[in-house]
Write a protein that binds this ligand. Structure first.
Ligand code: ADP
Length: 319
């Protein structure tokens, strides 16, 4: 048997650890593996290379993806799917492991429907916005990267009694902001899922000030839109000194944490087990401390919920 492995969508630290686990576990189970390069582009243009036990050596600690990743709008068209099918047949692939986010899984489902090839998904994105799993590969690394940056910002905030608005990634969702906000000790967390007004932000800062809290970190998800308007509002409506920091792409890179590598290794292994069991259209995931599998159809249909209790807790601990 032979399978392909592809990394698609935005890169995330730990994707390489997942590729390594897929390749090593597959080969030791008697399954050959080829790497599809540059996301689904590799399928529409036949950029395929064999992967050996040694070819995935020395990558477990590297961020990004050695298979590279680009968006491939062509896969959304019948022609693109047909081209991908030709590549899959030419290379005699019996299955495809897709490492990526929910967009990539939509592509995988489309392939499964059009070509009939079994597809197994491994969730990897720093946004953690994939239903059917508590956590995605790369999320823990991004949380820690943002946390380290905010700890440094806090030194200045505290020395000068300043308010800092720190924008974190997460696309249109607030999972990263909530985890970073709680662990960084942010006084206010702004996410798209929970309504707020800029006046209520100012009122809270004033209240904190009355309580003797002279420094506040505001963690704002990029999904709320232009975070500079928060800074401008505070500057014009209050007497607080306020600064703005956009953490940006530093959150996407870097060496994966132990947790991201662990999840990647467990997900990669389970994906091959599922393939060997004859599973189709499944995603591996984490529920509590257990590795589970979920239907890709469910993953693509359902919107993952924000943990409102955790959000509330962050606020309660910020007093
Ligand atoms: P992510 O996996 O990070 O959510 P994207 O949303 O960019 O990333 O999706 C990655 C790729 O998956 C797209 O470039 C496209 O090739 C493919 N894809 C996404 N949605 C579909 C779809 N509905 N049909 C076919 N392919 C899709």
């Amino acid at each position: 048997m032979k399978i392909g492995v592809v990394t698609s969508g935005g890169d995330a630290p730990g994707m390489n650890a997942a590729i390594r686990a897929v390749v090593r576990y597959a080969i030791s189970s008697g399954v050959d593996v080829v790497g599809v390069e540059r996301g689904y582009n590799g399928l529409t243009t036949n950029q395929i290379r064999p992967l050996s036990l040694r070819s995935v050596g020395g990558i477990i600690h590297l961020g990004g993806t050695v298979l590279k990743s680009v968006r491939c709008p062509e896969l959304r068209t019948p022609e693109g799917l047909e081209k991908a099918g030709t590549t899959l047949r030419k290379n005699e692939l019996d299955g495809l492991i897709v490492i990526g986010g929910d967009g990539s899984f939509r592509g995988g489902l489309a392939l499964q429907t059009a070509i009939g090839i079994p597809v197994i998904g491994i969730p990897a994105t720093i946004d953690n916005d994939v239903a059917g799993t508590d956590e995605t590969i790369g999320f823990d690394t991004a949380v820690n990267t943002a946390l380290q940056a905010i700890d440094k910002i806090r030194d200045t905030a505290q020395s000068h009694d300043r308010v800092f608005v720190v924008e974190v990634m997460g696309r249109e969702r607030g999972f990263l902001a909530v985890a970073v906000g709680l662990t960084a000790g942010a006084g206010i967390i702004l996410i798209p899922e929970i309504e707020f007004t800029l006046d209520s932000v100012c009122r809270k800062l004033t209240l904190y000030d009355e309580w003797g809290k002279t420094t506040t970190i505001i963690v704002a998800a990029e999904g709320i839109g232009d975070t500079y308007r928060v800074v401008e509002h505070i500057r014009t409506r209050t007497r607080f000194e306020v600064r703005h920091t956009i953490l940006g792409h530093v959150q996407r890179g870097g060496s994966p944490t132990a947790r991201s590598r662990l999840i990647a290794s467990l997900f990669g292994t389970r994906a091959i087990e599922l393939f060997l069991d004859g599973a189709q259209s499944k995603m591996v995931g984490l529920k509590g401390n257990t590795i589970i599998s979920e239907d890709l159809e469910y993953v693509c249909r359902v919107r993952k919920r924000i943990d409102r209790k955790m959000y509330k807790l962050a606020g309660e601990l910020a007093v």
